[in-house]
Design a protein around this ligand. Structure first.
Ligand code: ADP
Length: 492
């Protein structure tokens, strides 16, 4: 099948979060299964910098052409590169005034959020370039609000544009918190038929809501875990779009992300002092010693060491974890935490680090290498997320034989099978429901009791044997593309 991915981010060219990881990995996994994939993205400044750093430059794919947005003509270039180690083509839409910015989602020089215009130009130019290259996909796969216009154009301009007749559109929501909301007066810039500014279209509360438009228009909508797919249809998890998502419930499904097993594999991880596998675990004990030594913890103390990594935002529930630290540390648990973000949480981490030496270690900042050592060297890993569309860290810790202790939400609920005292054959971690200090303390204390018993080795084994490769996810996406085409009445 021919699939065109449209996204603002794609690793290694531009990334602010999980979206970039998915778009960098999924097309390669699909290509390995015989599909013809291409990635379309803006030529952001970090992409240009990536090419410069590697002494390379993408080739010109087409002569520059102009795209009309609300009577203004924008000149765009189309460059062609490739995903490293994948032979998947990447087409870059270049227009420096819009895309030559350091932080890729920053406002313009006047501080104005021109996202609607930037991504309208990106999507319209990408579709025009596909026509000019005579490279029509069977599925347009739009990622997040930045590319949602592709699904809308496909669904709502078909009656006057036969190009879309045999194309299906799929939308993937990576995080419902980001929706692309702009004033209703910007609607004409999208180039959609007038009737699409309404309740069944791109309008919400008088505004343009690009994600909502994509949800209304796409033949199929996916998100990044089955549980998150259910949660976003509820008022609690729907970020204001739950009713719209319920209305499209028969077209909504969750597909778990994979992890990059080249990067995250304890058998070959160059960040670790020793490698290990499920059948040869001494390297994990050596990683534990190295982590303890680097964190000021006694490596000979056999007590449970718990790791935590992530962005310090409300989403991750670290406020509750930090509230539980004094109680946990007083009962022999030791905690190593790595993160950056909210200044109040950073200050609390510094304070606990100073007051609980040898028991609580805070590393502030973004440190890829230390993240690998924590995943390998900790005995258990904690993620008390308020919401978690998919989550990568719990999958890394499973792969590294570090049973996760998670709040049962989103992708955490779909990947961690909590030990309940009776399921050692299947359990791979620990789960709790309430985001409160007592519930979190209870879950960690339970893990502490199990640690050191023969059941722990079963959990480690179950964790390390789970398959979170992209190859597994690609099979589900393949089914989804087929379904999207069927729903549009097309064969594949
Ligand atoms: P999210 O995408 O919501 O931030 P995920 O768990 O899906 O959460 O992915 C987070 C990724 O970012 C993981 O690869 C994690 O290891 C990494 N990460 C987050 N914070 C840090 C940090 N301070 N240092 C190193 N890696 C980090």
């Amino acid at each position: 099948m021919r699939i065109a991915h449209l996204s603002s981010e794609c690793v290694p060219f531009a990334k602010t979060g999980g979206l970039g990881d998915v778009v960098g990995a999924l097309p390669k996994a699909l290509a390995a299964r015989g599909h013809e994939c291409a990635v379309w993205m803006p030529f952001h400044l970090p992409a240009a910098e990536w090419y410069r750093k590697h002494n390379l430059w993408p080739e010109q794919a087409l002569a520059p052409f102009s795209v009309d947005v609300l009577g203004q003509r924008y000149q765009v270039g189309v460059l062609r590169g490739e995903l490293p180690a994948g032979a998947v083509p990447v087409y870059f839409i270049a227009h420096d005034p819009f895309f030559h910015r350091g932080p890729i989602h920053a406002p313009n020089e006047q501080g104005f959020d021109d996202g609607l215009w930037r991504f309208t130009l990106f999507v319209r130019a990408a579709l025009e370039a596909m026509r000019r290259l005579d490279d029509k996909p069977q599925v347009l796969h739009a990622h997040d609000w930045h590319a949602a216009l592709a699904a809308m154009l496909c669904a709502w301009s078909g009656w006057r544009d036969r190009w879309f007749d045999d194309v299906a559109a799929m939308l993937t929501i990576h995080n419902l918190a980001y929706q692309g909301v702009y004033g209703g007066d910007s609607f004409p810039a999208l180039g959609l038929p007038p009737e699409s500014f309404g309740p069944g279209g791109v309008e919400l509360h008088g505004d343009v809501n690009l994600l909502k438009g994509g949800i209304a228009a796409a033949d199929l909508i996916t998100t990044v875990s089955p549980t998150y797919a259910r949660e976003i249809t509820t008022p609690d998890g729907g970020a204001g779009l739950d009713a719209v998502l319920r209305g499209r419930g028969d077209r909504l499904l969750g597909i778990l992300n994979g992890i990059d097993i080249e990067e995250w594999n304890p058998a070959s991880d160059h960040h670790l002092p020793a490698h290990y596998t499920v059948d040869d675990l001494p390297g994990k004990a050596l990683s534990r010693r190295a982590l303890c030594a680097a964190s000021g913890l006694d490596p000979d103390d056999p007590g449970l060491v718990v790791g935590a990594i992530g962005r310090l935002t409300g989403q991750k529930g670290f406020d509750v974890l930090l509230g539980a630290v004094p109680t946990l540390c007083s009962s022999g648990v030791r905690i190593v935490m790595l993160g950056s973000g909210d200044p109040a949480l950073e200050a609390e981490m510094r304070h606990l680090d100073a007051s609980l030496p040898g028991r609580f270690k805070a590393f502030l900042g973004y440190d890829e290498s230390r993240a690998h050592l924590i995943e390998a060297g900790a005995d258990a890993f904690i993620m008390p997320s308020r919401f978690e569309p998919c989550g990568l860290n719990q999958m890394y810790s499973l792969a590294y034989g570090t049973p996760p202790i998670v709040r049962r939400t989103g992708g955490l609920a779909d990947t961690v099978i909590g030990f309940d005292g009776a399921n050692p054959a299947t359990a791979n971690g620990f789960s709790f429901d309430d985001l409160t200090v007592p519930a979190l303390v209870g879950a960690v204390r339970f893990a502490q009791q199990v640690f050191g018993t023969p059941v722990w080795a079963r959990l480690v084994r179950n964790a390390m044997k789970a398959d979170f490769s992209w190859g597994r996810s690609a099979i589900h996406y393949e089914d989804a593309y087929r379904r999207a085409r069927e729903l549009r009445g097309l064969a594949w």
